[in-house]
Design a protein around this ligand. Structure first.
Ligand SMILES: [Zn+2]
Ligand SMILES: [Zn+2]
Length: 391
């Protein structure tokens, strides 16, 4: 058995995989409501002999699909996403994203009978909002997994790299209403607290590292200009390249809220309004293996350095198991931002389908390498054990 044989196996799946991507494109569903999309993935995986837990971890639209060769060997996990965006449907291309990862799992399952090991495909809802990969990383989902792979459609072929750790903070300020002209001295102005907070955060930025990001809005700022506001609510996202430094950024924002509240005479409460995403730690050895397989199929992966500025829930996975999250081009040389109609449409082009099939093969070949080269997996683990993870 050689990994070149995966080419034939993958080629035969074109119709099925294109069908899956198109079906999900036509049925866009928001995070945690991906009923049709997850069902379509599960149906295909079951058809190809996977054992599927669905729903999984208490999430209706999550699943864990396993194909066990019954022989000794490593476990390779592929992570599928299939949530859409409000208004523009699959503007992030998750119809194709999930199809590629599920497709790679199916392709690899066709050879493990011979080479050993296990293949896991995880259906991971709500990447755009409240990513379920976070919950999976917090429990035992990856305990029996050796490597985790996910790859995202894009307008460039980008190596797996970094992503920003991110925390979502909401602050509420409680004051007292008064007539703003008749008796303002009787009021306690909760809007002052909110505005003071923004000014303090803006001053505090000067002492932050360049990779830190702090951005917020006033969600509720009062109800009428002639009433001293008794209640205001603000939301901030704080981000940085590592979760430990993020704590410092977060502390600055919380101190600003406390001081602003104290100055205005209000009381203050805060909470996390979404899950915390950890920074992505790329396993370089695993990434090198992926990049080499891409090169074998004629794709030169680009090293974008630490330019990527978003946050992904794969970050949490990368803290518990050696992981990669790369990008593959589907836009035929046309620079196209994600979360647009143009990007969505690129998932329905011949160029996009070809990139999709090639990426399935690259992922499957990478899994094949992990299973068949014990020395490679040893190096992957050695690197993973050395990295600085969440404190
Ligand atoms: Zn996405
Ligand atoms: Zn997105």
């Amino acid at each position: 058995m050689s990994k070149e044989q995966l080419h034939e196996i993958v080629s035969e799946m074109r119709e099925e995989l294109q069908g899956l991507s198109d079906y999900i494109y036509e049925n866009p569903e928001l995070g945690l409501n991906e009923y049709k999309s997850s069902q379509a993935h599960v149906d295909l995986l079951r058809k190809h002999g996977f054992d599927v837990e669905y729903p999984y971890l208490g999430f209706d639209t999550a699943f864990k699909a396993t194909f066990d060769s019954g022989k000794e060997g490593p476990t390779v996990a592929y992570l599928s996403e299939y949530d859409a965006l409000p208004g523009i449907g699959h503007g992030c291309g998750h119809n194709m994203l999930g199809t590629v990862d599920t497709g790679a799992g199916i392709a690899l399952s066709k050879v493990v009978g011979e080479v050993g090991g296990r293949v896991v495909v995880l259906g991971t809802p709500a990447e755009e909002t409240d990513g379920v990969k976070v919950d999976m990383a917090n429990v035992d989902t990856f305990d029996d997994v050796d490597v985790a792979l996910c790859t995202h459609p894009s307008d460039q072929n980008l190596m797996s790299n970094v992503s920003l750790a991110m925390e979502a903070l909401e602050f509420e300020f409680f004051g007292k209403t008064a007539h703003a002209a008749g008796a303002p001295w009787e009021g306690i102005n909760a809007l002052d607290a909110a505005i003071n907070m923004f000014n303090m955060v803006n001053a505090g930025r000067q002492q932050l590292r360049p990779d830190a990001r702090v951005h917020g809005i006033i969600v509720e700022g009062g109800v009428a200009a002639n009433i001293i506001p008794e209640y205001t609510r603000v939301q901030f996202y704080v981000r940085s390249l590592d979760i430990n430094y993020l704590q410092k950024v977060k502390d600055m924002v919380i101190r600003s809220a406390e001081a602003a509240s104290s100055a205005a005479g209000t009381t203050m409460k805060f909470r996390n309004f979404e899950k915390t995403y950890y920074n992505m730690i790329t396993n370089q050895k695993l990434s090198d293996t992926y990049n080499a397989n891409a090169a074998d199929l004629g794709i030169e992966m680009i090293d974008a350095g630490e330019d990527l500025s978003g946050s992904i829930d794969m970050g949490n996975v990368s803290q518990v198991v050696p992981s990669i999250h790369s990008y593959y081009e589907i836009t035929d040389g046309v620079p196209t931002a994600g979360h647009t109609v143009e990007f969505r449409e690129a998932t329905r082009t011949e160029f996009g389908y070809k990139a999709m099939m090639r990426t399935v093969e690259i992922l499957a070949r990478t899994g094949f390498d992990v299973i068949t080269k014990p020395e490679l997996l040893a190096e992957i683990n050695e690197e993973f054990n050395k990295i600085e993870k969440v404190n």
